[in-house]
Design a protein around this ligand. Structure first.
Ligand code: G6P
Length: 614
């Protein structure tokens, strides 16, 4: 939610900031803006509604000089997405400009106090309150900018990653964070600042991840200065980035989403590298090995996540209960954090998050931690907030996922969780050695099998055209493939704006069956395993009511092929691994329907990839 970027150094800041905004656009694209201090000491702020390209067009004829600047791409929270509410925001005297990612919860009280002091407000945002508060503090307490930021933030309740410029100090860039991510890049006589490392990677691989309630002061010729908001000095910890520029480009694909779908054979190989050893028939997960006792003694596992990651958690529930025989509860982080759940010291909490920054999941972890539970996280972004606050975990290593709709992160989460279930099951002796061996060997085959499913892309693209008329879709599945049905429906909703619902196939008769007519496409995930025959009966029930069925089946299935309108085959595999294959056609189907409808696949309306507000 919102991307922030900053630069101070010898180069022209504007092109660096714009490029950075493009990289962060996945975080929000309601409006964009930039603030620069030029040689003459003027602080110029330019803003435009819509995407970064609109800002660039707006700035084409403007003075974009200056070697210090900040820029922002917005996902609207307070105030509608328009130019006035776009960031950066000036202070009353227009001496300061601020950008902000997060929400200031007590903005109304602070604003009322400032209005009493004669401050006026142009926008409806909480952010403008913050910059006014900093200026008010600076003026009334006669302190420098850093101290004013510290004092102002002491009064703030909420989440923030901010960056501030002061035109009377064009050699200083101040930033701070609490709850929203912030990374500093260290170059030669220059500093970069961003919500994640993607705007920084082409200039330096040396970064510092700023922690909650820390204020960072960046000045040319001086070392990075970090203090807490209470002015306690911190020692910066410089880390090396493991990110390459090519990972941030489309590599010949029309959209990041398609690239990421097609990357899955490789990304899953990367996720399993050094962990799944097919030759030795073994899985080694260091996060498990180092904390074996916590898992073996766990009375219960609570999985907490949002969106697609929550669906991966549901699949894990089936695998962990089947193989490790530990009761599992899967919780939406946003509900869990507020519903006073019973959490015990011997519970293991698994938090799943691609970005590692989702505010609700972070809060759920903090709650569980405060009750003494052990926190294990499955995360993709290395160094993000969630892995940093967890006791242990497992990175998925799929590289940056840029398409807002999650694809490759999902399959890697399922692989990581399956590996974990197998490690616990083997160690506890709750699964047979034969079962364990079969699944380990089969995991090694999954990348090739996904490759075979991807070979049907063209055919899926062809029949996807038939369904662009639809207003509604139903997705059905059972067992391990019920969460896949929900994930397929979510993908379609997110990027094509067609209403879709994922349902357990057997529940259809308790409601959704009333919706079925020849207008209603029904996607049925029906690989040959578990409750296959029962799902076939559900397909018959749909056909009897003239519904149109798209079925995902196991290769060689003759039964469903005869009754369904369209059939997509996936190779045979172990039941617990079927989601890794059955979800691929659903990702492709959603993608192609959205493309034919002319939707913005990588940046669907109203969504953002990293949800750092609750
Ligand atoms: C947003 C994204 C989804 C993602 C969810 C959870 O809604 O658009 O793709 O599944 O957040 O994000 P996380 O980073 O915690 O997995």
């Amino acid at each position: 939610m919102c991307g922030i970027v900053g630069y101070i150094g010898k180069r022209k800041a504007y092109p660096i900031l714009i490029k950075g905004l493009h990289r962060l656009e996945y975080r929000g694209y309601d409006s964009a803006g930039v603030a620069l201090i030029n040689e003459a000491g003027q602080l110029n702020v330019y803003k435009a509604k819509g995407k970064v390209a609109e800002l660039e067009a707006f700035c084409a004829e403007k003075d974009t000089e200056g070697c210090i600047g900040i820029a922002h791409t917005r996902w609207a929270t307070h105030g509608e997405p328009n130019t006035v509410n776009a960031h950066p925001h000036y202070s009353e005297s227009e001496r300061l400009a601020i950008i902000h990612n997060g929400i200031i919860e007590n903005y109304a009280v602070l604003k009322a106090g400032l209005m009493e002091q004669g401050y006026t407000f142009k926008s409806d945002t909480d952010t403008e309150v913050l910059v006014q508060l900093v200026e008010y503090t600076q003026v009334n307490q006669h302190v420098d900018l850093k101290t004013a930021v510290q004092l102002a933030l002491q009064q703030v309740i909420g989440a923030y990653a901010i960056a501030i410029l002061d035109k009377t100090h064009p050699d200083t860039l101040i930033a701070a964070r609490k709850g929203s991510p912030l990374v500093v890049g260290i170059g030669e006589n220059e500093y970069f600042l961003a919500s994640d490392a993607t705007p920084i990677v082409e200039y330096t691989d040396k970064v510092i991840y700023i922690d909650d309630e820390e204020v960072v002061s960046l000045r040319i010729g001086e070392k990075v200065d970090i203090t807490t908001i209470n002015n306690v000095t911190k020692t910066p910890e410089i880390k090396r980035l493991e990110l390459s520029l090519s990972q941030l480009e489309k590599g010949g694909y029309p959209h990041f989403m398609l690239k990421e779908i097609f990357e899955q054979p490789r990304t899953l190989t990367d996720s399993m590298r050094g962990r799944v050893n097919v030759r030795q028939d073994n899985i080694a997960l260091s996060g498990f090995i180092d904390n074996k006792e916590r898992f073996l003694n766990a009375k219960r596992i609570i999985i907490t996540a949002c969106g697609t990651s929550w669906h991966a958690g549901l699949i894990a529930m089936y695998a962990i209960e089947e193989y490790a025989q530990i009761p599992v509860e899967v919780e939406y982080s946003s509900e869990f954090r507020y519903r006073k759940p019973v959490i015990n010291k011997d519970d293991v909490v698994i938090a799943i998050s691609q970005s590692g920054e989702t505010a609700d999941t972070l809060a759920a972890i903090q709650l569980a931690k405060s009750k003494g539970a052990f926190i294990f996280s499955i995360c993709n972004v290395v160094g993000a907030s969630i892995p940093r606050v967890s006791d242990s975990g497992c990175y998925t290593h799929v590289g940056p996922e840029i398409g807002v709709a999650s694809t490759k992160a999902f399959t890697a989460q399922v692989v990581a969780l399956t590996m974990l279930a197998l490690c616990i099951g083997k160690e506890k002796g709750t699964m047979s050695h034969e079962q364990y061996l079969k699944i380990v060997r089969e995991l090694g085959q999954i990348p090739d099998k996904i490759e075979r499913v991807l070979g049907q892309n063209k055919r899926i693209a062809d029949f996807a055209k038939t369904f662009t008329y639809a207003q509604n879709f139903i997705y059905l599945g059972r067992g391990y493939n019920f969460p896949v049905a929900m994930e397929g429906a979510l993908k379609l909703k997110e990027i094509s704006y067609i209403h879709a619902e994922g349902y357990p196939a057997a529940e259809m008769k308790h409601g959704p069956i009333a919706l079925i007519s020849q207008e209603m496409p029904v996607v049925v995930v029906a690989p040959r395993c578990g409750t296959y025959e029962k799902v076939v009966s559900n397909i018959q029930e749909i056909k009897a009511r003239k519904g149109r069925v798209i079925a995902v089946v196991t290769e060689g299935d003759e039964l469903v092929s005869k009754i369904a309108d369209y059939v997509i085959e996936v190779p045979e595999t172990e039941e617990c691994l079927t989601p890794l294959l059955t979800v691929i056609p659903l990702q492709l189907l959603a993608y192609h329907i959205a493309v034919v409808k002319g939707c913005d696949v990588d940046q669907p309306r109203n969504l953002a990839k990293s949800v750092t507000v609750e």
